[in-house]
Structures are given as C-alpha cells and as structure tokens.
Design a protein around this ligand. Structure first.
Ligand code: PEP
Ligand code: MG
Length: 292
C-alpha cells in the first residue's frame, strides 16, 4: 500500500473535475532534494534560504549561494523552484548582523524589512538567485510583505541588480517571475491591490495564523489560539485566491496547513492552485486531491 502510494505520487494530481493541483515541496537546503523527488514533488514551492545564513560568523558569499540555488534548480528542471529571499529576525537571529534589541521581534525588523535595511546583503542574494535562474525554472518570493510600497521597493532593487548583471553580460532569466508570501493580514485584506505588483501569491498559514490571532506561534501557552482552519483564516485565504484569479494569476499555500489531510479539501475548494509541504506529506496529499 505504502509502495503504491509512492508510485502514484510520481504522477500529477487532478481532482475528479479535472483541475490539476500542483503539489510541491518545502525545502531548506540542497540536501532535501533527493527525498523531495522520491516523494513525488513537482517542484519546490518554498525554498527557505535562511538556513544558509544561520550558525556561522559571516554571511554566505554570492558564489556559495549561487551554487546552492543552481543545484536545486538543475535537479528540478523543468519544474519550478520558488526561492524565498532571506527571512530572519523574529525568533531567528544571526550574529554578523547588528540587530537592535526589540521588544516584539515577531513584529519587528524581520524578513523583507531587514533586507530593505541591509541592501547589500539583499542584493548579493538577488544576484545569486538571478545567476542561478538560467539553470532551471526559478521564481523569486518575498517574505513578510505588509504593504504595496514594500513590493515596489524590492522590485526596484531587483531591477537595479538585473541592470548591473546586463552591464557585465552575465546571463539570467529575463522573464523571472516574482511573488510574495501572504502571511500578514494586511496583505490578504488588500490582495486585490497587491496583485498588480506580483506574478503569484503563496499563503504562509503559519505566520498568517500567528498575526491574525495576535498569538506567538512559538508560545506553548497559547497553542489554543493556533487555529489555521478557523473562519478568519479561511476568509483571508479566499480573499487572496479570488484576487489572484481575477487578474489571471495563481495562489499557493506553503504553511504547514498545506500538508494537513484535513485541510487539503478545504483549501482546494477555496480555489488554491498549488500546495507546498514537507516532502513526506506529498503521497497522501495527492491521494486526497484525486479523491475530490
Ligand atoms: C509561514 O509562515 O506559513 C511559512 C511558510 O513561512 P515560515 O514558516 O518559514 O515562517
Ligand atoms: Mg512565515
């Protein structure tokens, strides 16, 4: 039975009404690729790049990042690999960046907010991603976007990096797609405006739940407020999906909810186009999709 499930996991998953749901993997390093492929991942929906930056005294070089992104892109080619730019701050700190002490780190200078302050660090990562983009099908995703101006700002930085590469005749995918994580309620509530600045949305239900219920996702005393399947979250997911579809774009889910057997039918019925999850969850997820 287990073996059959894995065999079937190699094929795409369609609902009974014929809608394909892309089932892709969350990974943290090139080491995760083998297992993701074995489990039937049709690409990567969330490559958490922060692991490259943790547990060291200096930031990874452009070359080191380029190698890591290139390997993953090559192994999944022609399938998509969504590389999420650095998401640190909050509970993840790194010694070589001077964080100011914050009373509320999860509400502080985290992820894209940090990258907009550490422009050189950010540009180095974007350069590495762009250079790797000729080796496969890479998409870029920005974490923790709260407002449209942040997307405008990061897209401006991305254009500068592209221009710089063109000037040096370094090749990259000129049509590289750019999306955002929808994991802050303001982004979901305003998805109809944000959609014009992106190619896709991916909903981070872990943080979306934390920020919607104002409840630290790491605080065990508040686990009763971790309710990613409650109405408030489902409403935010629906707003996001509908906004993307109105403009002919797509929405995925890459929080833990995407791999939850109980949640999958609900997400698919809300119109979600792609589910990104821990590789081990993929075979069962595809089975559920096919039964719908
Ligand atoms: C999320 O917030 O749902 C998510 C996928 O990102 P992370 O868990 O890395 O914050
Ligand atoms: Mg998140």
């Amino acid at each position: 039975e287990e073996k059959l499930l894995k065999e079937k996991a190699k094929e795409f998953a369609y609902t009974k009404s014929g809608k394909r749901i892309e089932v892709v993997a969350n990974i943290g390093s090139p080491k995760d690729v083998d297992n993701a492929l074995v489990m039937g991942a049709e690409g990567v929906g969330l490559y958490r790049t922060e692991f490259l930056f943790l547990d060291r005294d200096t930031p990874p070089t452009e070359e080191e990042q380029f190698e890591a992104y290139k390997i993953v892109a090559e192994r999944f080619k022609p399938h998509p690999v969504i590389i999420r730019t650095l998401d640190i701050g909050g509970d993840k700190q790194i010694p070589y960046l001077n964080f100011e002490h914050e009373l509320n780190p999860f509400l502080g200078v985290r992820a894209i907010r940090l990258c907009l302050k550490e422009i050189e660090l950010f540009k180095t990562q974007l350069r590495a991603i762009l250079r790797a983009s000729v080796y496969g099908n890479i998409l870029i995703m920005y974490p923790m976007i709260a407002i449209k101006d942040e997307i405008i700002e990061v897209n401006k930085i991305l254009s500068e990096v592209k221009e710089e590469l063109r000037g040096k005749n370094i090749p990259f995918d000129e049509n590289i797609k750019v999306g955002i994580m929808v994991e802050i309620p303001s982004a979901a509530l305003n998805a109809e405006e944000l959609v014009d600045y992106v190619d896709f949305f991916s909903i981070g239900t872990n943080d979306l739940t934390q920020y919607t219920f104002a409840s630290d996702r790491t605080n065990e005393n508040l686990s009763y407020l971790y309710r990613p399947l409650d109405k408030p979250i489902l409403k935010l997911i629906k707003l996001t999906v509908d906004a993307s579809h109105t403009k002919g774009k797509w929405t995925g889910v890459c929080g833990e909810l995407a791999g939850d057997p109980q949640a999958i039918p609900i997400l698919v019925n809300l119109g979600v186009d792609e589910l990104s999850m821990s590789p081990s969850k993929i075979p069962e997820a595809k089975k559920i999709i096919r039964s719908m």
